[in-house]
Ligand binder design. Structure first.
Ligand code: GRF
Length: 298
């Protein structure tokens, strides 16, 4: 038992923690009582507030299949999103909303990886009736609503109604996941520094609509995905995460998009967690360059 606990802690070094007692339970959280503060932050870190300040129980969520062996996916993967720090029975997960227009595979990736763990998806809003993403939300009992531009006098009116609805549901971060509408300055001001988007190109190349079609027409050999903060421009906010794929023989948007999907579904949840934790800071020498890590590590 001691050896297994040590293996867990060592394997998770860098993303976890201190544990006092581990009670192995298949695929569910195990508790280690006694921790008084978040182990990822210093006591002088004012941004501990939403997750760590009042907790007297530290939760180490890790899959421990048996008492005698630790098997399954690499522990580093488990640690990416598999741990939370909160008191039993207290939901302090960071509330996010997801804006969609279509299929919603990125929404599904969020629901499957970080919803109920690091964050709570508290609302899903679609610009289009009949979007499959709405069904994905309702299947998880998440409030889902349509804000079609045609139903409002203008975009500002739509943005206002949308922001009201999202704030009424407590959303503190807005994730655009295939949302095919622009959001105005008044909307962004309601969620300052907390609106992010996933885009299927290596920005600043090929912003806007039909990014993959643009890239194919240009004849690129390397495609990619960018998760970025949203500003008033078109796909022009600071980059959070990027990933690239060499596809030298790609010919159709469909094959490129299919290849990019897993990258999107990995990068977007990672970016959401970084923003929710407040672990992104601008580089002092270049404020557009976001640094992932503890603020004190600058
Ligand atoms: C993704 O390719 C994303 O990069 C872009 O819109 C698409 C949404 O796909 N912004 P889905 O609705 O999440 O499946």
């Amino acid at each position: 038992m001691r050896q297994n606990l040590a293996e867990v802690i060592l394997a998770c070094a860098g993303c976890v923690v201190v544990a006092v007692v581990v009670r192995p339970v298949d695929d569910q959280a195990v508790a280690a009582p006694g921790a008084q503060r978040c182990p990822e932050r210093g006591e002088d870190d004012e941004r501990d507030d939403y997750r760590c300040e009042h907790f007297d129980v530290l939760w180490l969520r890790v899959r421990v299949p048996t008492l005698s062996s630790i098997e399954g996916p690499p522990a580093t993967e488990q640690c990416d999103f598999g741990h939370s720090y909160r008191a039993a029975g207290v939901s302090e997960r960071f509330p996010i909303a997801v804006l969609v227009s279509g299929t919603g595979t990125n929404l599904q990736a969020l629901l499957d990886s970080v919803h109920g763990r690091e964050v709570d998806v508290v609302a899903v809003a679609s610009s289009a009736h009949g979007a499959q993403a709405l069904e994905r939300a309702r299947a998880r009992d998440i409030p889902a609503e349509v804000f079609a531009r045609g139903a409002y006098a203008d975009r500002a009116a739509r943005d206002g109604a949308l922001a009201d609805w999202l704030q009424e549901r407590g959303a503190r971060m807005i994730v655009l996941a295939g949302y095919m509408e622009l959001l105005g300055a008044s909307f962004l001001a309601r969620f300052p520094g907390a609106v992010i988007n996933v885009h299927p190109s290596l920005l600043p190349a090929f912003p806007g609509l039909a990014a993959v079609e643009q890239a194919l027409a240009y004849g690129v050999k390397v495609f990619g995905v960018t998760v970025h903060f949203v500003d008033e421009g078109v796909d022009s906010g600071p980059v959070i995460l990027q990933g690239a794929l060499e596809l030298p023989d790609a010919r159709t948007p469909e094959e490129v998009l299919a290849a990019l999907r897993p990258l999107e579904h990995s990068l977007l949840p990672r970016a959401v967690v970084l923003v929710a934790r407040g672990e992104l800071v601008p580089d002092e020498r270049n404020p557009r360059r976001m640094i992932a890590g503890r603020p004190s590590e600058g």
